[in-house]
Design a protein around this ligand. Structure first.
Ligand SMILES: Cc1ncc(COP(=O)(O)O)c(C=O)c1O
Length: 451
C-alpha cells in the first residue's frame, strides 16, 4: 500500500477509541510509523520527540534491544500457555515474584494478571467485592472514586470514571458507584491552601462513606496523581489522610497506578511518593513500556488471607482472561521492571520533571492563554483558560488546545490535547535537551496560537 492509500484506509476501516468516526475522516489522525529512543517518525518521515511517551506508557523509549530480545526468546521458547486453573508457565511465576518483591514496601502479597489498565481496575473491583463476601460482610459492595478520576473503559472502571462523556452512551452503569471531590488546588470552592484542601477533601470522602453507611462501602479507588483528568497532583497530606479515613471506616483503599507505576510520578510507585500502603494496586502501561499489552492487580496480605483461608469454597477468583499472564508479555515485563530500577527511571522522572516544570512555569508567566501548569515527575499539564484572572474555561469544543498541539507537532513535538489541557508525559529516559525540544515547540505553538 502506498502512503495515500494507508491514510485513506484508516478512516474507512478503523474505529478509533474516543473519536467520532466522521471526525476521523475530516481531520485524520497522525500515523506514527517508527520509533527510536524518545523520538517517533510519522508516515511522512517527520521526526518528533514523543512528548506523550506513546500513551503515558513507553517509559523506556522505543527500540530497546533488551526488550526485543526477551520477546523474541520467549516466542521461540513458548509463545502461549494458559495460567488458568491447572497450568502455568515460568515467566508468569517469575514476574509475579518480581512484582511482589518490588512492592514489598507497600505490603503486596499476591498478583493476578490481565492485558491492560482497564483489566487491572476491573479485577480490583471484583476482588474488593469478593473480599467482603469472604470476610462475612457481603453488604459491603459500594465503590467511591474521585470526580476527575479515570479508571479505564470496562463497565466497572467507566462507572467510576469522572468524565460523564465516558459514561453517558453506555448508561445505566454499575450500581453502587459514588464520587467525591478531588483536592484540586487550581479549581475548588474550598481552600487555596494545599494542606487545608487535603484535609477538607479527605473529610468529604469520610462524609460520603458515612452518608452511604460504612457497612455498605467496599472500597475507595483513586490515582495517586490523576492523569487523564488533567494531571491533578493532590496535596502531600491527602493520601495519608485518605488511608486513615479508609481504616477508620473499614473500607479498602485501591491505588490505580496504571500511569504512576514504575516511576512516572518521581517515585517507583505513586503511593510510595505519598508514603501510603494501599490494599490493592493496579498496574499496566509502564510494566512493559508499551511493547506488549499487560496489566496486573496486586493485593496485600489482608486480602490474600481472606481468599487463602476461605473454608466455604468461595475463595476461587472466578475472574481472569485467556491472556492473564501471557508468557510474551511477562517476559517483556521482567526486563522492563528490571530496567526501571537499574536505570532509576523514578529518579530521572523526578529530576527531568523538575526541569520540565521550570520551563512550563515560564510559559505560564508569558502567555495569557495559560492559566495553570502543574505536574509531578514526568507527568505535566498546561491548562488553557479564556480568562486568566477569573480562571474561566473555554466553552467545550472551542478550546485552543487542538491548534496548540498541531502547532507543536509542526515544530517537532508530540503533545496531547485533552479538552482545555495540554498533557506532557514523555518517556522516562528523556534528557534535558529533549525536554527543551518539547518546551521550545510548545512555546512556539502558544505564541503562534495566541497571536
Ligand atoms: C489511571 C488509569 N487507569 C486505567 C486506565 C485504563 O488502561 P487501559 O487503557 O490500558 O485499559 C488508564 C488509561 O489511561 C489510566 O490512566
Amino acid at each position: 500500500m502506498n502512503i495515500d492509500s494507508v491514510k485513506a484506509a484508516n478512516a474507512k476501516f478503523i474505529w478509533h477509541p474516543m473519536a467520532h468516526p466522521r471526525a476521523m475522516e475530516k481531520s485524520p489522525p497522525t500515523i506514527i510509523a517508527r520509533g527510536e529512543g524518545v523520538f517517533v517518525y510519522d508516515i511522512d518521515g517527520k521526526k518528533l520527540v514523543d512528548g506523550m511517551g506513546g500513551l503515558w506508557n513507553v517509559n523506556l523509549g522505543y527500540g530497546r534491544p533488551e526488550i526485543k530480545r526477551a520477546i523474541m526468546d520467549q516466542l521461540d521458547e513458548l509463545p502461549f500457555y494458559s495460567a488458568f486453573r491447572g497450568t502455568t508457565h515460568p515467566r508468569a511465576i517469575e514476574l509475579s515474584r518480581r512484582l511482589i518483591e518490588m512492592t514489598s514496601i507497600e505490603g503486596m502479597s499476591r498478583v493476578t494478571f490481565g492485558s491492560g489498565g482497564s483489566d487491572a481496575t476491573e479485577t480490583a473491583l471484583k476482588i474488593a467485592r469478593q473480599y467482603w463476601k469472604l470476610a462475612g460482610q457481603p453488604q459491603k459492595y459500594k465503590f467511591i472514586s474521585l470526580r476527575q478520576g479515570y479508571h479505564g473503559t470496562h463497565f466497572g472502571g467507566a462507572s467510576l470514571s469522572g468524565n460523564s462523556a465516558h459514561r453517558s452512551s453506555y448508561e445505566p452503569m454499575l450500581q453502587g458507584c459514588y464520587q467525591v471531590e478531588v483536592p484540586w488546588l487550581y479549581r475548588n470552592p474550598y481552600a487555596q491552601d494545599a494542606a487545608r484542601l487535603g484535609e477538607i477533601c479527605a473529610d468529604l470522602l469520610e462524609r460520603e462513606i458515612k452518608s452511604q453507611d460504612p457497612a455498605t462501602v467496599a472500597a475507595f479507588i483513586a490515582e495517586p496523581v490523576l492523569g487523564v483528568g488533567g494531571v491533578i497532583v493532590p496535596p502531600t497530606n491527602y493520601w495519608p489522610l485518605v488511608r486513615q479515613v479508609c481504616d477508620r471506616n473499614n473500607v479498602l483503599l485501591v491505588a490505580d497506578e496504571v500511569i504512576t507505576g514504575f516511576g512516572r510520578s518521581g517515585s517507583l510507585f505513586g503511593v510510595r511518593g505519598w508514603g501510603v500502603r494501599p490494599d490493592i494496586m493496579c498496574l499496566a502501561k509502564g510494566i512493559t513500556s508499551g511493547y506488549v499489552p499487560l496489566g496486573a492487580t496486586l493485593v496485600n496480605e489482608r486480602i490474600a488471607n481472606a481468599y487463602v483461608g476461605d473454608e466455604s469454597g468461595s475463595g476461587a477468583l472466578m475472574h481472569g482472561y485467556t491472556y492473564s499472564g501471557h508468557p510474551v508479555a511477562c517476559a517483556a515485563a521482567l526486563v522492563c521492571t528490571e530496567l526501571a530500577v537499574k536505570e532509576d527511571l523514578a529518579g530521572n522522572a523526578a529530576r527531568q520533571g523538575a526541569y520540565l516544570m521550570s520551563r512550563l512555569e515560564s510559559l505560564e508567566k508569558r502567555f495569557k492563554l495559560v492559566g495553570d501548569v502543574r505536574g509531578k515527575g514526568l507527568m505535566a499539564c498546561v491548562e488553557t483558560v479564556a480568562d486568566k484572572k477569573t480562571r474561566a474555561s473555554f466553552a467545550r469544543g472551542s478550546e485552543p488546545t487542538g491548534k496548540i498541539a498541531a502547532a507543536a507537532y509542526r515544530r517537532g513535538a508530540v503533545v496531547r490535547n485533552s479538552g482545555s489541557n495540554i498533557i506532557i508525559s514523555p518517556p522516562l529516559v528523556i534528557g534535558q535537551q529533549e525536554i527543551d525540544l518539547i518546551a521550545d515547540a510548545l512555546e512556539g505553538a502558544l505564541a503562534e496560537v495566541e497571536a
